[in-house]
Design a protein around this ligand. Structure first.
Ligand code: OGA
Ligand code: MN
Length: 289
């Protein structure tokens, strides 16, 4: 397993792999005071390992915004009502939040990738743990690059030319797409963005599957139901235990993933009366090609 070390007083950045297919851990770095070499190593570790935890950060929302911008341009949030005042890119992400109808939100327990309905979806997503429950509340990430490579060549050839029409809330979604997304769709001003089902990623050698099941309205040339059948069939094949990293949160963790090469989900196995509070940022990505 590879190890990268940069000397700097007082701390020393150390990055280690957490499993053969997915996950890295970075220690000995303070994102409030980081040099170019460290930033480069962290960025590369996310590309190589699909997701990474950076331990022991102490950040205000403003400092979290600066930390996120180390990795690129911070995008505006999907739902501005949850952003910090004056910081449209930084979401205060709490399990005590309500949706527009006033009901507690429990939205991301299914496999998805963030912002896929956008023309230029996020490259990376960062979460910073401010309050966590005593037990549980993990985040899971699955490597869709490894998933794609694991498919038979014949299947890959069939999938490669396909294009998906992504919207905020698919009419044929098999999981909850959330009341906020439905309300936005109901306003009727959403044009689908078409993305390649198999995409390249800047800086990565291998192609990746790229789709968010609850947001695919249809695959070009197929009806919505048949599209969902096909996508769920792919998921059954590629979501394998060895491609999954389960992040057990510690306070002060920044956990981030390559949102172009993975799916993620929240695990709702914790005491719902305990507060789980995170800050959330997305980094602008390239148009999938
Ligand atoms: C997200 C997300 C998962 C979690 O922030 O985009 O899906 O564990 N989070 O809260
Ligand atoms: Mn998400």
């Amino acid at each position: 397993m590879t190890t990268n070390t940069v000397t700097k007083t007082p701390a020393t950045l150390h990055i280690r792999k957490l499993s053969p297919h997915i996950g890295a851990e970075a220690t000995g770095v303070d994102l409030r005071d980081i040099n170019t070499e460290e930033a480069h190593l962290l960025n590369q570790a996310v590309l190589d390992n699909v997701c990474m935890v950076i331990r022991d950060q102490h950040l205000t929302p403003e400092e979290f915004e600066s930390a996120a911008s180390i990795f690129g341009e911070v995008m505006d949030q999907d739902h501005p009502r949850y952003s910090f005042p004056g910081m449209p890119g930084i979401k205060r992400y709490s399990n005590f939040d309500n949706d527009i109808e006033g009901n507690r939100m429990k939205g991301s327990g299914h496999w998805h990738t963030d912002g896929s309905f956008r023309e230029q979806p996020p490259k990376f997503v960062l979460l910073y743990a401010v309050e966590i429950p005593d037990n549980g509340g993990e985040t899971e990430v699955v490597n869709m690059r490894a998933g794609y490579q694991s498919l038979p060549e014949e299947t890959r050839r069939k999938l490669e030319p396909m294009k998906t029409a992504h919207v905020r809330a698919s009419s044929s979604s098999r999981t909850d797409v959330g009341k906020n997304n439905l309300a936005i769709m109901a306003q009727g001003d959403q044009v689908p963005n078409f993305h390649l089902l198999v995409r390249t990623i800047e800086g990565a050698a291998e192609k990746s599957l790229y789709f968010s099941p609850p947001r695919v309205e249809y695959i070009a040339g197929m009806d919505p139901e048949a599209s969902q059948d096909l996508l769920h069939n792919i998921l059954d094949k590629v979501i394998r235990p060895e491609f999954i990293y389960t992040h057990k949160w510690r306070l002060g963790d920044i956990f981030m993933w390559d949102n172009r090469a993975s799916l993620h989900r929240a695990v709702y196995n914790y005491d719902w009366n305990q507060h789980r509070l995170m800050y959330h940022a997305t980094i602008l990505g390239e148009r999938p090609q």
